[in-house]
Design a protein around this ligand. Structure first.
Ligand SMILES: O=C[C@H](O)COP(=O)(O)O
Length: 258
């Protein structure tokens, strides 16, 4: 099995303006050290309006924090008012971009087809997509969480070649656990993350599947991260609310100490 470096990504959602973003990244940079970065990759997914400020800070101070966006357009350029292209994100040296977050699926009607086009757009411009998948409460109650989530994996990766899929990050986020304080048990997380890895092996190869990082997301905090990370198929977390508290996020990055 390939060793996978955990990825802790803070998804700020629609929080922190560009000035607050600078202060927040400075706090993270002050607290994190080389040992942290060697053990765990750290990223922040920030509002579009923060990207230039974060880029300037990261470049200027040679920070090891990676950054990226929370969405991108499926289109290259042109008359798509309000959209931001992969090329624009790439120009800002983004490493990551979230695709198909449940809030995009829910409030912006993003389908698996749209997510698939966005995954392809991300790769086209050298960005690593973090493909978000996960079931709602009704699906969970019916016991269909694995089938539902794997269908989203299939849809998001349709016709994506292995050389691209090898670098994808998949974030399993049960919708009922997002921002609710209702965290999935480590066993719940493992069940679906393990199934996602199994599906990647079927779609591509075991070797590829063993190298892909699968994150858990949903009410992750310093107090629950260690048990979640102890699961064999969980390789990091996509952290919402707790990523807005620099001290808490640093503790999550240092999950081995919790
Ligand atoms: O992208 C992050 C997830 O939506 C989780 O959010 P949360 O940590 O606030 O529950």
């Amino acid at each position: 099995m390939t060793a996978r470096t955990p990825l802790m990504a803070g998804n700020w959602k629609m929080n922190l303006n560009h000035l607050e973003a600078i202060a927040h990244v400075q706090k993270l940079a002050f607290a994190l050290n080389d040992k942290d970065y060697a053990a765990t990759e750290v990223a922040v997914l920030v509002p579009f309006t923060d990207l230039r400020s974060v880029q300037t800070l990261v470049d200027g101070d040679k920070l090891k924090i990676k950054y990226g966006a929370q969405d991108l357009s499926a289109h290259d350029s042109g008359a798509y008012t309000g959209e931001i292209s992969g090329a624009m994100l790439s120009k800002l040296s983004c490493s990551y971009v979230a695709v198909g977050h449940s809030e995009r699926r829910q409030y912006h009607a993003e389908t698996d087809e749209i997510c698939n086009a966005k995954v392809k757009a991300a790769y086209q411009y050298g960005l690593t997509p973090i493909l978000c998948v996960g079931e709602g409460l009704d699906v969970r109650k019916a016991g269909n969480q694995v089938a539902h989530t794997l269908a989203q994996v299939d849809g998001g990766l349709k016709d994506v070649p292995a050389e691209q899929a090898a670098s994808i990050v998949i974030a399993y986020e049960p919708v009922w656990a997002i921002g609710t304080g209702e965290v999935a048990t480590p066993e719940d997380a493992q069940e679906v993350c393990g199934a996602i890895r199994g599906r990647l092996a079927e779609l591509y190869s075991q070797e590829l599947a063993d190298g892909v990082r699968i994150q858990y997301g949903g009410s992750v905090k310093a107090g629950n991260i260690a048990a979640i990370m102890a699961q064999p198929d969980v390789d990091g977390a996509l952290v919402g609310g707790a990523s807005l508290d620099a001290e808490e996020f640093v503790k999550i990055v240092r999950f081995r100490d919790q």
